[in-house]
Write a protein that binds this ligand. Structure first.
Ligand code: PGA
Length: 254
């Protein structure tokens, strides 16, 4: 059986400042995608840049960083799934901890996930605990977060979803502070178990599990090799036109 491709998602967050800079980063990502065979790359720039970034590479996709749960109408400042789809994106990050910190609840994320799926956008649903407890209590938190964030998602749609595990304490630090591969492996198994309890083992096996939080070219391949995950969600380093292609090449060579 052919090995499934690894997945690397670049979360650009609220960067860069101008379209010109965005195009430079995008060109580097395109060059990097052209060179790899076993990796799918999904770049997620801010909304205003989506329409201007095009690619013919079969392993390169665009994603948004949020969507609104209503289809259309009087929702000042919001962006619909149809608009995102029309801009050329086919993925959307949902429930990132930075959005949860702004007040997004599991219920909102579950509604957004449902809306995204209805428009053929593949949701990247983010989950992650604030801290690890010796007692293992964080597993209860994580389990509930997964169940509630997917509350509106049926068995038949599960295969279109990607889960990103991002422990909050490991985001935005040095690669030395990223979670250790052994702990990532343990948590990835736990996430699969929760999905399997809700949807059954077959459906659960269709969901790629990604890790995010201080991933760089220094630790990316170890996390994939030893962490038992299908891919990575990369923040800061996805904007670095030298380091990001390095990271992609290393993961591709595993
Ligand atoms: P980081 O961000 O790679 O800069 O730690 C990851 C994320 O928040 O998705």
């Amino acid at each position: 059986m052919r090995k499934p491709k690894k997945i690397i998602i670049g979360n650009w967050k609220m960067n860069p400042d101008t379209l010109e800079e965005a195009k430079k980063i995008w060109s580097a990502v395109k060059r990097s995608a052209k060179k790899v065979k076993n990796t799918n790359i999904i770049a997620c720039p801010p909304f205003p840049y989506l329409n201007s970034l095009k690619s013919k590479e079969k392993n390169l996709f665009l994603g948004a960083q949020n969507v609104f749960f209503a289809k259309k109408g009087a929702f000042t400042g919001e962006v619909s799934a149809k608009m995102i789809r029309d801009s050329g994106a086919s993925f959307v990050i949902l429930g990132h901890s930075e959005r949860r910190a702004m007040g997004e609840t599991d219920e909102i994320i579950s509604r957004k996930t449902e809306t995204a799926l209805a428009e053929n956008l593949r949701p990247v649903v983010c989950v992650g605990e604030k801290e690890r407890k010796e007692s293992g209590e964080h597993f209860n938190f994580l389990g509930n977060q997964i169940k509630n964030s997917l509350a509106k998602i049926s068995k038949t749609s599960l295969g279109s979803i990607l889960m990103a595990y991002e422990p909050i304490y490991a985001i935005g630090k040095s690669f030395k502070d990223a979670m250790k591969p052994a702990e990532i492996r343990e948590t990835a198994i736990f996430i699969k178990k929760i999905l399997s309890d809700i949807y059954g083992p077959e459906e659960a096996s269709l969901v790629p599990i990604l890790y995010g939080g201080s991933v760089g070219s220094e630790n990316a391949s170890d996390i994939i090799k030893e962490g038992g995950v299908d891919g990575l969600l990369v923040g800061r380093e996805s904007l670095d036109i030298e380091q990001f292609p390095k990271l992609v090449a290393e993961v591709d060579n595993i």
